[in-house]
Design a binder for this molecule. Structure first.
Ligand SMILES: Cc1cc2nc3c(=O)[nH]c(=O)nc-3n(C[C@H](O)[C@H](O)[C@H](O)COP(=O)(O)O)c2cc1C
Length: 213
């Protein structure tokens, strides 16, 4: 992808309000989108998240009732719900260290410093601070999801206008150790979506970017 193509894809992307209900994301494209979620970076690489990918209409109808009735929920091809680890979990750190040890052929002793750092950073956070940390990670994955879908020519609408607790009920997340943070509808824009015609509005780079040369 060239620099021009990247900028064009990001200009092309907008938060779709009206999806074309006749269009579905094909399996190869969906696999690539799911890979981009899997490849998202996270603090310490801990991946404190679960991604729930939904195309089951019955479930989408239920979720729409907890999403300010936003039509994107049921009109999209797939809805991704990004759920975050709810609270500090020793086992998550232990599992990650074990996985790193196996995948990178490192001894547990070699990884001890890294492990101590993770414990030091996370163990004593208040429940609210821990959740804030894990939710930050989900937003990183959301950012990457919006970028990769744009690169693939797939439309999206990030959705904070949802009731996360009701989502947890509908998706049976209670007791799973994960809770809904944010969602993202994916699919293809309807030619009738009036928002498609709206110019993209952003502040100038002069205002937003401070460069030190
Ligand atoms: C985290 C987040 C949550 C959002 N939630 C909603 C939402 O619930 N419903 C909606 O229609 N748009 C939602 N948006 C879309 C924003 O309004 C939109 O991204 C913003 O106005 C910039 O416009 P653009 O994305 O079309 O360039 C959300 C965007 C973000 C990043």
């Amino acid at each position: 992808m060239t620099t021009t193509e990247l900028t064009q894809a990001l200009q092309w992307r907008y938060a779709v309000k009206q999806f074309d209900t006749t269009k579905t994301i094909d399996q190869t494209t969906l696999d690539s989108i799911i890979s981009s979620l899997q490849l998202s970076p996270s603090s310490f690489g801990l991946q404190p998240w679960r991604f729930i990918v939904i195309s089951k209409q019955e479930l989408l109808e239920k979720l729409k009732a907890h999403s300010w009735d936003q039509p994107q929920i049921t009109d999209c091809s797939h809805l991704v719900v990004l759920a975050s680890q709810s609270s500090f979990d020793k086992q998550a750190i232990e599992d990650w260290v074990m996985t790193l040890s196996q995948e990178r052929s490192k001894t547990l002793e070699e990884l001890q410093f890294y492990k101590d750092m993770m414990y030091g950073f996370l163990e004593h956070k208040s429940p609210a601070d821990f959740l804030s940390w894990s939710q930050h990670q989900a937003y990183l994955a959301l950012g990457l999801l919006l970028t990769s879908t744009a690169a693939l020519g797939v439309d999206s609408c990030p959705l904070e206008g949802i009731d996360p607790k009701a989502y947890d009920d509908v998706l049976d997340l209670k007791g799973s150790g994960f809770q809904t943070t944010v969602a993202c509808a994916l699919g293809y824009r309807s030619e009738q979506d009036p928002y498609m015609q709206e110019p993209k509005v952003r502040y100038s780079q002069d205002k937003l970017v401070i460069q030190h040369h």
